[in-house]
Design a protein around this ligand. Structure first.
Ligand code: NDP
Length: 444
């Protein structure tokens, strides 16, 4: 039996109506997987590996009721999508944002399967969160929300079952409140969440891991081209966890980082950010515009994204679909030769087509931002061993994981003309281990 891409997408669309982000992710992956399965592993088609892969093993949706500071009852919706556990316990972040819905969490959980597999660490794919907006909430409100959220979630997770982490809107503080509530209910001190504080089971380099890993991956691309990142101009979107540490590592590597952004607009500093300026950015909260009062050559562009500025390397590190076809064309026109996704699926399908046509070195999120989950996996290992490794040791492991992911992408993504299709390489490279494991474990 062979699979037809169009019929397969139609099948997924019919079963998952009104889930555009999930469909986008499935199409992006299966466009590469279907020809590969048809040519190399036709028995995987008979076993309906793909049909099973796009069906979450479990979707949990629950009510989260909590009290705001005015003692008013608030109701949100929480989720956990347990997508695939063929190679290990479910692993993936929790996102708190009013934009959260099932389509977005299913796309993220689906991507997570391949990303986690690529790290070489035995972890399956999952994702979760709530349509809760942490912006403008007091510390106490955040705590009450996190406690209420965990009061339901705790029964579905565990160190050998499902190990959530942070994502947009969920940082160290939220992980702390959720962990405290889990411990109170279960009466066990166990590695059930990653991204924990360093004093209570967290790993060195976890906050930095996604941004640092992204730059290590881009460095591999440049090594492959026999070039260096030093001296290159980089545009970055976002000003959160991933963007911040991507900027820090890029500056360490000698690059000139000229933008950061958030949902209010883009900060452009033509002189380039320095480590000192970055520390100042961290004090600004979401008010990036304030930077221009201190650094006079910098400008703030309300409601604009960073992709119109001339750069060698673009690193979208904010959110999904933040870089569209027009943005991609502008990047190509302005001489950008490399795009590394720090965020999950920040480039639209049309934008990716532009990159591939222009032979841009395009590193998709599932490969380029896998450093975060990789160090989360290392945090799980440290918890099991009751150890805490040094920053140097974790950073070395992170570098070698990113190097291996790059190798895998080259192995499965190199085309006849020598161009490396990193998307294809990461899709196939991440899939094989999962498919082999699903086959070995029978019809489940
Ligand atoms: P944070 O919440 O720390 O930061 C998100 C940043 O993106 C903020 O600056 C935010 O601005 C901006 N942003 C969010 N939505 C939009 C939007 N619609 N338009 C413009 N800017 C926006 O999240 P992270 O840095 O942790 O995550 C960023 C991305 O990286 C996400 O796609 C996430 O899934 C992905 N990722 C994160 C990992 C991690 O380890 N944290 C691991 C792998 C991937 P504002 O404050 O104004 O909303």
């Amino acid at each position: 039996m062979s699979i037809n891409f169009k019929s397969f997408i139609k099948y997924v669309e019919e079963r998952n109506p009104n889930e555009p982000e999930f469909l986008q992710a499935v199409a992006e992956v299966t466009e590469d997987l279907i020809p590969y399965i048809n040519e190399k592993h036709p028995t995987w088609a008979d076993l309906k590996i793909l049909e099973r892969l796009v069906e979450p093993e479990r979707v949990i949706s629950f009510r989260v009721a909590w009290l705001n500071d005015k003692n008013e009852v608030q109701v949100n919706r929480g989720y956990r999508v347990q997508m695939n556990s063929a190679i290990g316990p479910y692993k993936g972040g929790l996102r708190f944002s009013p934009t959260v819905n099932l389509s977005i969490l299913k796309f993220l959980a689906f991507e997570q399967i391949f990303k986690n597999s690529l790290t070489g660490i035995p972890i399956g794919g999952g994702k979760g969160g709530a349509d809760f907006d942490p912006k403008g909430k007091s510390n106490m409100e955040i705590m009450r929300f996190c406690q209420s959220f965990m009061t339901e979630l705790y029964r579905h997770i565990g160190p050998d079952t499902d190990v959530p982490a942070g994502d947009i809107g969920v940082g160290g503080r939220e992980i702390g409140y959720m962990y405290g509530q889990y411990k109170r209910i279960r009466n066990t001190f166990t590695g059930v969440l990653t991204g924990k504080g360093l004093n209570w089971g967290g790993s060195n380099i976890r906050p930095e891991a996604t941004g640092y890993g992204l730059l290590y991956f881009v460095e591999c691309i440049y090594d492959n081209l026999d070039e260096k990142i030093a001296g290159k101009t980089i545009t970055i979107s976002g000003a959160g966890n991933v963007a911040y540490f991507a900027a820090e590592k890029a500056i360490h590597m000698g690059a000139r980082v000229i933008t950061l952004s958030n949902s209010k607009g883009t900060l452009h500093d033509p002189d380039g950010l320095t480590l000192e300026k970055l520390v100042y950015v961290a004090t600004l909260g979401r008010d990036l515009e304030k930077y221009t009062k201190k650094y006079k050559t910098a400008t703030f562009h309300a409601d604009k994204r960073p992709w119109q500025f001339k750069c060698d390397i673009a690193l979208p590190c904010a959110t999904q679909n933040e870089l569209n076809e027009d943005d991609a064309k502008a990047l190509v026109k302005n001489g950008c030769i490399c795009v590394g996704e720090g965020a999950n699926m920040p480039s639209t399908a049309e934008a990716i087509r532009v990159f591939h046509k222009a032979k841009i070195h395009f590193a998709p999120g599932k490969a380029a931002n896998a450093g975060g989950v990789a160090v989360s996996g290392l945090e799980m290992s440290q918890n099991n061993l009751r150890q805490q490794w040094s920053s140097g040791k974790v950073d070395d492991r992170l570098k070698s994981i990113m190097l291996n992911i790059h190798k895998t992408c080259v192995k499965y993504g190199k085309e006849d003309d020598g161009y490396i299709n990193y998307l294809k390489g990461s899709n196939i490279g991440g899939f094989i281990k999962v498919a082999v494991s699903m086959k070995a474990q029978g019809l489940v």
